[in-house]
Design a protein around this ligand. Structure first.
Ligand code: ZN
Length: 274
């Protein structure tokens, strides 16, 4: 109930969009894997397959270095829903704010995608069950959010992703986990390939309101920032990155209280298909 008190705080202040695409130079933050949504180029962090524009539906050629697998589709990082729809994605949970996010989604009849961290699944298995029960899509976000995982050995990467999937399956034995999102967006060809081998497509994003950056903004300022960023950047095909776990998400909760009905009015909001 208390969370609803934040509901008003979404409408003032319009940050220039560019401000949100802060240069993420350290490995502790999300490098923008910007396709076309970000006005500024990404921070320059090499990702496995820089895509200059999100191909709406064409299976863009994958990086040659990543192709080895036989049966899996060429590993590409998904950065668009490929249609007119918009996908909301929530990372780093489950956590204490997850039930509130789920409740809001339920009230709006919206399906979303949750990128789960293994240790948090271990702590809050009941929220994973709720996520699945509500019909949302699951995504593997690694065991403990190691942003350098993709640079480690194939065995280490595979073990981490498998352990995370196993933990999700402890909570929901028949859960489908068809997506993988590398922490920090630090996808490497190896990580993308291993995820593909495990049946998971790599899921990027195209809109990042930086709600993870609680050192930069907090409270009302963060809420306003999230709202203006999402409003300014979301368009047909967008995949929006937000967080239901990994820290104090009260500003995210407050922002989505206002944003959800707005977005649902304007777009068809979808969970990533499984
Ligand atoms: Zn994350």
């Amino acid at each position: 109930m208390a969370a609803l008190a934040f509901a008003a705080g979404c409408s003032h202040e319009t940050h220039p969009t560019a401000a949100s695409w802060h240069a993420s130079s350290g490995s502790g933050s999300y490098p923008g894997i910007t396709p076309s949504a970000g006005p500024s180029a990404s921070s320059g962090r090499p990702v496995s397959r820089p895509v200059s524009s999100p191909p709406p539906s064409s299976p863009a050629p994958a990086s040659p270095s990543a192709s080895a697998s036989s049966s899996s589709p060429a590993p590409a990082i998904i950065r668009s829903t490929g249609g007119a729809t918009v996908a909301l994605t929530f990372d780093d949970g489950p956590g204490p704010d997850t039930p509130t996010i789920l409740k809001m989604l339920r009230e709006q009849g919206v399906k979303a995608t949750f990128c789960l961290i293994g240790v948090n699944v271990q702590e809050y298995p009941q929220y994973v069950q709720e996520i699945v029960k509500d019909g949302h899509t699951l995504c593997n976000h690694t065991w403990k959010h190691d942003e350098a995982l993709g640079k480690k050995s194939a065995d280490v990467i595979r073990a981490d992703l498998q352990k995370t999937n196993d933990e999700i399956h402890k909570a929901v034995p028949d859960a489908q986990i068809k997506y993988f999102r590398h922490p920090g967006g630090n996808f490497t060809p190896a990580a993308v390939q291993i995820a593909a081998d495990l049946g998971m497509k790599s899921l990027g994003w195209s809109v990042d309101p930086s709600d993870w950056n609680i050192k930069k903004w907090s409270g009302q300022q963060m809420t306003s920032h999230i709202c203006s960023n999402v409003r300014n950047n979301t368009k047909p095909g967008s995949i929006v990155l937000s967080h239901d776990g990994g820290g104090d998400r009260s500003a995210t909760v407050a922002a989505y209280k206002t944003l959800l009905p707005e977005l649902a009015n304007k777009f068809t909001l979808v969970a990533m298909p499984v």
